[in-house]
Design a protein around this ligand. Sequence first.
Ligand code: 13P
Length: 210
Amino acid sequence: MKEDALREQITQTGKSLYDRGLAHGSAGNVSVRLADGWLMTPTNSCLGRLDPARISRLDAEGRLLSGDKPSKETFLHVAMYRERPTAGAVVHLHSAHAVAFSCLADIDPENAFPPITAYTVMQVGELALVPYHPPGDESLAEAVRKLAGRHHAVLLANHGPVVAGSSLDAAVNAIEELEQSARVLLLLRGHPARPLTAEQVAELNRRFPG
Ligand code: 13P
C-alpha cells in the first residue's frame, strides 16, 4: 500500500476505534511500517480526529522527518518492530476491559489470559504482562523489547495492551480480540470457568499457525 493510502487507513482505523469506545481522549497510538521508516500517530492526538497530513513520518532510526511530534511511545513501537521483523503495524490502546485486567493482582506474567476461547488462542496467544513503567519512558520500551520476540501481544501493567500484526488490519483485529477476551474473563470472575485444554490449544496452534 502507498504511503497516502496508509495515512488514510490509520485515520479511518483511529476513528473506528474511537467511535466504538475502544479509544478515548488522547489515549492510544498507531504505527505502520514503511520501506524506510514508519508512520506514527502524533503525541496527544485523539485517534478519532486524526489529520492524515499531520501524521508523523519517521526515518529508519525513528527520527521525525515530517508531520507533528510523534507519540511518546515511539520507542516502544520501534522496539516491537526491531524484535518482530514481520510486523507491519503496531497498535496500543487504553481500552477499558484490557486496562482493568492489567490492574489485577493475580495474573500469570508469562500467560496473562487463560485459553478461554478459540479466538483468544488464535489471535492473542500467550499474552505477556509487562511490569509497570511510566508512559513514554525508555524503561517501558526496554521491558517490551525483552518480551516482543516471543509475544506479538503484551499487556502493560496498569496501562493497556500493545499488539503487533502483519498489517494494520491484523493488528487491530488482534487487539480487539484481546479487549473482548479481557471482557469475557472479567465477566467470568467468580464463576467456575472451563478453559480450553492443552490438547485443544495445541490443535488450534497446528491448524492456525501464527
Ligand atoms: P501519546 O499521546 O504520546 O501517543 O501517548 C498516548 C498513550 O497512550 C500513552 O501510553
